[in-house]
Design a protein around this ligand. Structure first.
Ligand code: CNA
Length: 502
């Protein structure tokens, strides 16, 4: 069965609990972690005995790494908020070189030997070692003894080992270019970042991302992703329609990155473009429907949530642009011919309706008459909590897995499952290139090309001798490129304005 779309690392929530906007301070899990640690701290063991028994426990835990992923539940809920693929300057952190060394040592020696050689030998604290794996020591553990960090460290090691190991023979930009030139079956996995240069905001970019904008709208939601959750849509479609106009595709243009993918297709190198985007801009660039999997559907069509009547997406664009909830025309016509019935009298027991049944109810609950309402038209995009189209898992598992010879991931934070799991699902020996503004901490790519994807793909094409003919790419464009400190396969690209010759 295809798993439903969900934000990575977030458990399904109880939607009946209403969130409080902008809640700050320790979350329930963090408070629980602190309680557990307080209990341990105030217990009968002396600090030395405690530390010794905890070290043995750490060794046991790491020997057990395969099973611990599911069971380290206390820290599991907080680890996503602590994991950042950047260096910490405000805490005692490992240097970039130490990070690379520790990560390699973990893979080469195995987790038990690794713990013996590091925390157990006293050469480094668990607190500092966390930073080698991109985990910021959490504020709620501050002041506790070092063994308090063991649970988190175990999870950090588990996460690291669960990642696909990097292929050490691919490191440079020219390696990336050679891979593009020699590969015949490229899987390109794209996200919202490939459309931001066209003015369509992504979700998570700090300044312009949609999630950042939501705070200003004052919506009653727990988390920004709730705007796109099917349960919230069924209950309060206005939440989605209050932001839908911002991601509505209104343009027939496409970005240089879309043009790059179309170019790979025209060179018979594109196996499949898995896009998480719903803007359908791939069509504008000429990417063929046979080569395209719109993992999260698109605005191209819309369906009535009551009678399942489907219309071309553009039919409901005027309502979306006006911030209105589009209603089904078929239901409207059918309902006009139905007689209006008088309601049953109020009955306490029948007032306890489920959330679901309330949302589908026809009743005008304030009035005396049963006034039926037409269904809400939902664009056929996959909301959180909904299954992905069958084509996603069928093409991936039954077709692409055996054929793919290069994976290129562009403009996605890889924070939405199950698409985020594609890179781990495809064979680990197939080279992987990541192109986006920021690195990710939960996957290991062979080469990271960081910066504006339009700039990166233009440079790759220039080096490959391919003509990426697009008006947003200047012929004499040359980015400035820097190797990231401590890495041999991570590059930062910065746009350099082309020289204007008089
Ligand atoms: P995301 O989590 O917002 O990640 C986007 C990533 O792209 C971030 O890491 C950005 O740093 C990066 N990025 C942004 N602009 C650029 C750029 N110009 N060059 C390089 N990198 C850039 O979005 P994801 O796609 O990872 O998440 C999947 C969601 C987003 C899907 O469910 C989509 O439906 C949804 N979405 C789609 C669109 C669209 O169709 N255009 C827009 C907004 C959201």
């Amino acid at each position: 069965m295809i798993p439903a779309k969900r934000p990575v690392g977030r458990p399904r929530k109880n939607w009946d609990v209403k969130g409080v906007k902008g809640v700050k301070g320790p979350q329930p899990t963090q408070v629980r972690v602190r309680e557990v640690l307080d209990d341990q701290h105030n217990g009968h063991l002396t600090a030395t005995q405690q530390s010794h028994s905890q070290l043995t426990e750490l060794e046991e835990r790491v020997n057990d790494l395969g099973d611990s992923w599911e069971t380290e539940s206390l820290f599991e809920d907080v680890i996503d908020d602590l994991a950042e693929e950047e260096f910490f300057h405000d805490v005692d952190a490992c240097t970039p070189q130490e990070r690379v060394r520790y990560r390699r040592q973990l893979r080469e020696t195995g987790p038990a030997n690794f713990c013996r050689a590091t925390v157990e030998s006293g050469s480094i604290t668990a607190k500092k070692l966390l930073t080698a794996f991109g985990i910021r020591p959490p504020a709620f553990l501050e002041g506790f003894p070092d063994y308090s960090y063991f649970g988190l460290l175990t999870l950090a090691l588990t996460r690291e080992l669960a990642k696909r190991p990097k292929l050490m023979r691919y490191n440079t930009i020219d390696d990336a270019v050679d891979l593009l030139k020699t590969s015949r079956n490229i899987v390109v996995l794209t996200g919202a970042g490939i459309s931001t240069s066209l003015g369509i905001p992504d979700f998570r970019s700090k300044e312009n991302g949609l999630y950042n904008q939501l705070e200003k709208l004052g919506l009653e939601i727990d988390e920004p992703s709730d705007v796109f959750h099917i349960d919230v849509f069924r209950d309060r479609p206005n939440v989605f329609f209050s932001v839908a106009k911002d991601i509505l595709p209104t343009t027939k243009v496409f970005s240089p990155t879309h043009a790059f993918i179309a170019m790979l297709q025209n060179q018979n190198k594109l196996l499949t473009n898995y896009t998480q985007n719903i803007d359908n801009i791939e069509a504008n660039a000429g990417i063929s429907p046979e080569k395209l999997v719109q993992c999260h559907g698109s605005f191209a069509t819309a369906t009535c949530q009551k009678c399942r009547y489907q219309v071309p997406g553009e039919t409901i664009y005027p309502d979306i642009k006006a911030g209105k909830i589009p209603q089904c025309v078929k239901c409207t016509i059918a309902l006009k011919s139905r007689p209006i019935k008088r309601k049953r009298s109020y009955n306490k027991s029948s007032s306890k309706k489920s959330r679901r049944s309330r949302s589908e109810d026809d009743d005008d609950s304030d009035g005396q008459y049963d006034i039926p309402e037409p269904g809400v038209m939902k664009p056929d995009i996959t909301f959180f909590g909904e299954d992905l189209p069958d084509k996603f898992s069928q093409r991936l598992g039954k077709h692409d897995r055996d054929l793919v010879d290069l994976i290129v991931v562009i403009g996605t934070s890889l924070k939405v499952a199950p698409v985020s799991e594609v890179v781990g699902f495809l064979p680990a020996h197939v080279p992987q290139i990541y192109i986006s503004r920021e690195p990710v901490s939960h996957a290991n790519f062979d080469i990271d090309l960081l910066g504006d994807c339009d700039v990166v793909v233009a440079e790759l094409c220039r080096r490959a001798g391919w003509d990426l003919n697009h008006k947003m790419v200047q012929g004499n464009q040359r980015p400035s490129i820097k190797l990231a400190e401590g890495y041999q396969s991570r590059y930062y690209f910065e746009t350099v304005k082309p020289e204007i010759r008089s």
